[in-house]
Write a protein that binds this ligand. Structure first.
Ligand code: AMP
Length: 229
């Protein structure tokens, strides 16, 4: 069997597009770490530190954490040994400043692929309304996998809860910020010939297969050949 290629990949997509679920699967497939800034910040909040509580104040209302704080976290994370072969970035970059900072962090290397995981707003709203997350292992139910009807995690037995920032007001704020701050990055990566568009609607296994197919095709491609997909 051919060895699985390494990849430096990031994923763009609205809240509820299924990024977390799909990135975990891609990370397993390509044997690289799944680096989710949202997970990093939720872990900091859970640690109970003063700093974690400061981050939680932004998250609770759906605001973005200031770029300098986010970038400092990602710089530290990408320097670790396990990220040297590649990584899957989930939830970063979210602003033009962060995209710039990422390009500088990686220089002289670059990101291989920026995926735009597309899901219509009405679908993400439905998914977010039924999203539940395990307090212990962070596994997401309802977004990318079927909704949870009881409150115990199938994987670790932990308590399954609603996410603190899945309130109607915070969801509205996050989607607005996505449109204003993050969506422009689609063009940023398109002009740098890194963009791959993937349809995120449908059965999670089908979406995973679409993603792996699109990534593998792009990795085999020579630069400048073709455009998206
Ligand atoms: P997520 O799990 O990706 O939806 O992120 C949850 C929350 O963490 C967001 O609503 C933001 O408050 C914060 N956050 C995560 N990643 C970033 C980022 N790259 N820039 C700013 N804030 C972020």
């Amino acid at each position: 069997m051919a060895p699985v290629p390494s990849v430096r990949l990031l994923i763009l997509g609205k809240q509820g597009a299924g990024k977390g679920t799909q990135c975990a699967r891609l990370a397993r497939h390509y044997a690289v770490p799944h680096i989710s800034t949202g997970e990093m910040f939720r872990a900091a909040e859970k640690s109970g530190s003063e700093f974690g509580q400061e981050l939680a104040r932004y998250m609770r209302v759906g605001d973005l954490i200031p770029d300098e704080l986010v970038v400092a976290f990602v710089v530290e994370r990408l320097q670790r040994d396990d990220a040297q072969r590649g990584f899957i970035l989930d939830g970063f970059p979210r602003t033009a400043n962060q995209a710039d900072a990422l390009a500088k962090m990686l220089d002289p290397l670059e990101i291989d692929i920026a995926i735009d995981l597309q899901v219509p707003t009405e679908v993400v709203l439905q998914r977010l309304a039924s999203r539940r997350v395990c307090r212990e292992c962070g596994f997401n139910y309802g977004v990318g996998v079927p909704p949870k009807v009881d409150w115990t995690c199938d994987l670790c037995g932990g308590e399954v809860v609603e996410r603190g920032d899945d309130t109607a007001a915070a969801i509205e704020r996050r989607l607005k910020l996505y449109e204003k701050e993050t969506e422009p990055l689609v063009v940023w990566y398109l002009t740098r010939d890194k963009l791959v568009v993937v349809d995120g609607v449908g059965d999670p296994d089908v979406v995973t297969a679409r993603l792996i197919g699109a990534v593998d095709r792009r990795l085999r491609r020579t630069p400048g050949e073709g455009t998206q997909k």
